[in-house]
Design a protein around this ligand. Structure first.
Ligand SMILES: [Fe+2]
Length: 339
């Protein structure tokens, strides 16, 4: 029978794919025009270097953990940020069923995510772009199994936008965890960024159903489940903060094996939005005009909830939590040895 061999969660911020000098220079550049006034401290070059080294060590821990479990396939929960889907059609949940997909190993753009047209596109060469095998047999069985359990997931037999490639949340996690791209990956997209996004409770229930569906399959497969994204980062916020209490609550739920508590925390987090303020509504909904729950980067905690729910009841190990004030983002890395 198919079984879950491990659950891993990791941040995938572009800051994790840049050096400490970039953190300093890009942090300064990001706020140079004065449009955003961050309410966070500034790190010294020494602290910046140490924080960067901690993140790279955490990536290594997760990579070795996954390799030791020798999974046959990874299911990666990640959010799409207009890479495959946009407001023409924005699924809450989408499973990729194809035999192979392609995408940017790290990013469409060189360096850090500067604003709009300032960004320089990478050449689409083997250094930057790769193909990854999917797992149609498991992905199709999973889609049927979830539908049978009341989850009306959408699915893609082929990529919606092959030129743009699979989204960063899937590609970066695959790059970190399987740098040789030699383990098939099922991309499982969860709308995290655009209102209305699925409630944390629904993501929790999805993770539980996914485990049940996998364990009912007559397939001899070892499955690793990955949650990609987070933690707190509100993109382009006028006064960016780092909500370390929010992040702490997520990691408490990981350590205690209580994914339901993380979901309840997310669903209970009140965003102060004045419905009469179009700019505030636009920001809180990330452009859809419909506000429900936290979106933007912080909403990627849904990917952690869905993955953590697969291992619910078992304590997880938090490898590290690093507040990167230059962004600002709280990045975190965790795994479940017992699932
Ligand atoms: Fe992301």
């Amino acid at each position: 029978m198919a079984h879950i061999s491990t659950v891993v969660c990791t941040s995938h911020s572009p800051w994790l794919f840049a050096g400490p000098d970039d953190w300093i220079s890009q942090g300064a550049e990001r706020y140079a025009d004065g449009k955003q006034k961050p309410k966070v401290p500034t790190d010294s070059p020494e602290v910046t270097a140490e924080k960067h080294a901690r993140c790279m060590r955490a990536f290594e821990v997760l990579r070795k953990h996954v390799a030791a479990k020798r999974p046959d396939v990874l299911i990666i929960f990640g959010d799409d940020q207009t890479e495959q889907f946009d407001f023409k059609n924005l699924p809450a949940f989408n499973v990729f069923l194809g035999a192979q997909f392609e995408g940017w190993k790290i990013s469409h753009y060189l360096g850090m995510p500067k604003h709009g047209k300032q960004r320089e596109a990478r050449p689409k060469t083997a250094e930057n772009w790769t193909a990854i095998d999917g797992h149609p047999e498991l992905a199709k069985a999973l889609t049927v199994g979830l539908m049978d359990r009341g989850f009306d997931v959408s699915y893609s037999l082929e990529m919606n936008d092959p030129e743009e490639g699979m989204g960063h949340a899937i590609m970066r996690a695959a790059t970190v965890l399987t740098p040789a791209y030699d383990i098939p990956v099922i991309p499982f997209l969860v709308n995290c960024c655009y209102g209305p996004a699925p409630r944390g409770k629904r993501c929790y229930e999805l993770g539980r159903a996914l485990r049940e569906a996998i364990e009912a399959m007559p397939l001899d497969l070892s499955v690793a489940v990955v949650g990609s994204g987070g933690l707190w980062h509100m993109l382009r916020a006028p006064e960016p903060i780092l909500d370390e209490a929010f992040d702490g609550a997520v990691l408490d739920g990981v350590r205690s094996g209580n994914a339901r508590a993380i979901a309840a925390m997310l669903d209970g987090y009140a965003q102060p939005v004045d419905p009469a303020d179009p700019g505030a509504v636009r920001y809180a909904s990330n452009g859809s005009g419909m506000v429900l729950g936290i979106g933007h980067g912080s909403g990627e905690v849904r990917n952690w909830i869905t993955a953590a729910a697969v291992a619910d009841g078992k304590p997880g190990t938090v490898v590290d939590y690093v507040p990167i004030y230059a962004s600002p983002i709280g990045v975190a890395f965790a795994y479940w040895d017992q699932v």
